[in-house]
Design a protein around this ligand. Structure first.
Ligand code: BG6
Length: 511
């Protein structure tokens, strides 16, 4: 069984070429937004409370609303008390909050950036820290060009020591290949690729980081990680939540752009990539890009064969009645945006030829569950003939969330005088093995930006290759090649998704 860790010298290296996080000023553009309250400030507080935030990190919220630093601190305290993964300690909060500031400015007004520069310089000089700045773009993507241009025109992008300043861009990174390219071109006119960190928060999740360790630090898995032994792979990201207050964004995006283009394709890459020659960010990302390039395009009429798109109607989730998507506030009553998608993709390379990857993601499903399941081939039905019908194939499940961990299904003999075979699970749970709640993805990712480690961030070519693949599907959908289906909120999606996977002689895992 997967047991408690026994080594006194646990595997401690980071995935990439991690250096030490450096103190800096983190400027959050879009400080009044949801992400700042729900994720960024709680993550920074948790880093500070656990002693992982380097001394001298200052957080500056940049937004248009008129408020004082004191007001901002108290709003952020309330948010952190609501959203932090662990309860807030008054003393630790006070210590962290003393380095949190509010700067009132307008994305569109150049003078705001000139004033910001002066404000940061004063803070840096008074506290004796070098002018290292981390610009976090947590604003609406429509504002990115304006912010980037202003940073350039006011010289805030000027490079000094070791890749400072750095820029972090939140998703969505474009909404198709053309817009992603355009944005990349602009970003790279203002910053170098090495200063640019495109967030995909799924890469910061503890179990996602574990995929490569599981594969490449254990002899037993990698030797069977190929088409000779693997029948198919299922990747699921199911959510019980609806679209929250994000109607404007979501209705333009839909599940394919919102989840598949980034998070799910990143999982495909981590699951399918070849071993990198070392753990440097570029070696890892080179291998991931090769997977994206090997994806067989799904275009034209194939889109109807290999993809399913659907939208939720009213139903019950976790016992509560919920609206249908078209009744959600801000959604047009004739919207054809998909809130669920399932697809089969194929990777045309030596390792994966003939092994389908089935992906599904949706909102308003019965529960939250994200996992990668590797289904191995069945043994030949030669021995245990009488029990063979009950023989289930081995499945390695990497549970991303909740209940992070991994399990391996194996066949065993049920005790007794006859040979009756039953599947059992060898199960590893982070919580019981390591006894603590895993850090939030944003904690890890923020620390990595400060440490100049871009391993867990999407490189330009990754983003563009992923869009290239998704655009093929999207274009066919837009031409009406695959009709929009409906599923009741609280169900597991439309039956067509079951048929999609049934063509391969299998079914979706019960989550
Ligand atoms: C975001 C999507 O990237 O990921 C959301 O835009 C989705 O629609 C969210 O709900 C899921 O993230 P998590 O960490 O809650 O699984």
């Amino acid at each position: 069984m997967f047991n408690n860790p026994t080594s006194t010298n646990p595997f401690r290296v980071g995935l990439g070429s991690r250096t030490v996080p450096e103190p800096c000023s983190i400027v959050i553009f879009g400080a009044s937004g949801d992400l700042t309250r729900r994720k960024l400030i709680p993550a920074l507080y948790n880093l500070s409370a656990s002693g992982n935030l380097p001394p001298g990190v200052r957080v500056i919220g940049f937004a248009r609303r008129d408020k004082t630093t004191e007001q901002f601190r108290s709003e952020m305290e309330e948010a952190t008390r609501t959203f932090s993964r662990r309860s807030v300690d008054d003393k630790l909060w006070a210590n962290f909050a003393s380095n949190v500031y509010y700067f009132r400015g307008d994305f569109h007004i150049r003078q705001s950036y000139i004033d910001l520069d002066r404000y940061l310089s004063e803070l840096e000089t008074s506290q004796g820290f070098p002018p290292r700045r981390l610009f976090y773009l947590s604003a609406s993507p429509d504002e990115f060009p304006c912010i980037l241009n202003n940073l350039r025109e006011t010289g805030l992008n000027k490079i000094h020591e070791s890749n400072w300043p750095r820029i972090v861009l939140e998703k969505p990174f474009g909404n198709d290949l053309a817009s992603a390219r355009k944005l990349n071109e602009l970003v790279l006119e203002v910053f170098r690729e090495s200063q640019t960190f495109r967030i995909d928060h799924y890469l910061g999740k503890e179990t996602a980081q574990n995929i490569l360790v599981l594969r490449f630090a254990n002899k037993i898995f990698e030797s069977v990680w190929n088409a000779n032994y693997i029948d198919h792979v299922q990747i699921s990201a199911c959510e019980s939540l609806g679209i929250g207050g994000r109607a404007g964004y979501y209705d333009k995006a839909g599940a394919l752009r919102d989840m598949v283009q980034n998070h799910l394709l990143q999982f495909v890459c981590l699951t399918a990539m070849e071993p990198p020659s070392d753990l440097s960010p570029d070696s890892i990302r080179d291998e991931k890009v090769k997977v994206l390039r090997a994806l067989r395009p799904i275009v034209g009429n194939d889109v109807a064969l290999y993809t399913v798109r659907a939208q939720y109607t009213a139903g019950r989730v976790e016992g509560q009645p919920v609206f249908g998507y078209r009744q959600e506030t801000g959604i047009p009553t004739d919207s054809s945006t998909e809130t669920y998608t399932a697809l089969r993709l194929d990777i045309d390379n030596w390792r994966w030829s003939g092994v389908p990857f089935f992906l599904r993601t949706g909102k308003r499903l019965p529960k939250n569950a994200t996992e990668i399941a590797i289904h191995f081939k069945a043994v030949p039905p030669v021995l245990f003939r009488s029990s063979a019908l009950d023989l289930e194939e081995n499945v390695l499940v990497i549970r991303i969330q909740p209940d992070e961990g991994a399990s391996l299904r194996i066949a065993v003999k049920r005790p007794g005088p006859t040979v009756t075979i039953e599947p059992v699970k060898m199960d590893f749970h982070y919580r019981t093995s390591f006894g603590s709640v895993s850090p939030d993805a944003y904690e890890r990712l923020l620390l990595d930006v400060m440490a100049n480690d871009s391993t867990l961030f999407a490189r330009r070519d990754e983003v563009e290759e992923a869009w290239r693949f998704v655009d093929g599907i999207r274009n066919a959908w837009d031409q009406g090649i695959c009709k929009l289906l409906f599923y009741s909120a609280g169900s597991w999606g439309p039956e067509e998704a079951d048929r999609l996977i049934a063509k391969h002689g299998t079914f979706w895992r019960r989550l």
